[in-house]
Design a protein around this ligand. Sequence first.
Ligand SMILES: *Cc1c(COP(=O)(O)O)cnc(C)c1O
Length: 430
Amino acid sequence: MTDDPRRLVPRTDDVLASPLLTAAMSALPRAVVKAAVAQAQDRVRRGKLDPASVATAAAAALHSSSLRRVINATGVVLHTNLGRAPLSAAARAALLDAAAYTDVEFDLSTGQRATRGRGAIAALLSAVPAAGDALIVNNGAAALLLAATALAAGREIVISRGELVEIGDGFRLPELLVSTGARLREVGTTNRTSLRDYTDAIGPETGAVVKVHPSNFQIVGYTSAVSVRELATLAVPVIVDIGSGLLAPDPLLPDEPDATSSLHAGAALVTASGDKLLGGPQAGLVLGDVGLVQRLRQHPLARALRADKLTLAAIEATVRAANTPTYDSLHADPAVLHSRAEQLVLALVAAGIDARTVGSAGAVGGGGAPGVELAGSAVSLPSSYAAPLRDEAIVGRTLHDRCLLDLRCVPIESDEAVLAAVLAVATCMS
Ligand SMILES: *Cc1c(COP(=O)(O)O)cnc(C)c1O
């Protein structure tokens, strides 16, 4: 009878006394904490939770937001459904500071009003000296919206038919551009566009040429596109939507455009996301010509799209820090990933679990670098582990009827938590 789960349920008072619940007990009404404990005890009774994890589960349930911290074992670095880029320790610390009253628009030395986001802008300009000025808005789409509105509302945007792309979840760039009140003047064909196509289309009605990085697909074969350098010879401003937010080239991703190279090639404005390859918070960056950035800053729409103080703080910390978790995951050493997987597998096999180390192809994700496969390693488990591991907020990838835990995006200090969770799931399933 000892393995009747009901007999293993820890007593409520013992759980409430756990150090894991001390913070919750002092911040929340006792009845709320008790209800969370009761729910966790119920999961033990249903065989869904290890009895030893009741306090942990209750503490997790008592977090003040419904968003849960997740271990990303998918191998996809910028997983849109998992919130794209995880923030660096520096950016997290900056968020906490900025969450209080902060001098976001105030100069403590003079007591006067100061430019919003000046620290983040300065950080961007020192990271991208080719940019005359910078502006930070809500996301990449907002950056492009603002640039297109300020330069081309009521006029024409010249754009290649090969760059009329859908970014994801029904987000179609041409529709965004048209919503600004600009008319699209499409040039070239899906696979080939020449400089001549642009030259023929440009006239007094042209507000801007927009060049979009087709970030989530590849066209191969008989193709040609016009480089930023060639477009910059035209007599109109060129807005380059690079998408990913790389500030400088990354040899690992030779096909990803970056802000520095695009500006050197003559882009008037570059727009990008903060939470893709830059590895920061959700934000949109506009970098480029001083006069044009100023025009965008003064446009009424800028107020509606502006970034909040938390974003500004996290962008600044991200740009100033040497590396981000995104960078580290992308550049993880395959040998290290392999030995981490081997160590986990060793411990799991010793516990009688059907686990093995397998090669695993990770991806950049977030709609970026579609042709790039990142060679790594995963712990392969029976597919029946996938759902209970998700209950523990560990998200793997199911492939060929196995549940793969790819370690590329798992912080090394979380390996122990992964091991403990798999062991706990195995105990529950046996
Ligand atoms: C991702 C992306 C966007 C949209 O950026 P968000 O930050 O998601 O709004 C726009 N253009 C390109 C090329 C992209 O890759």
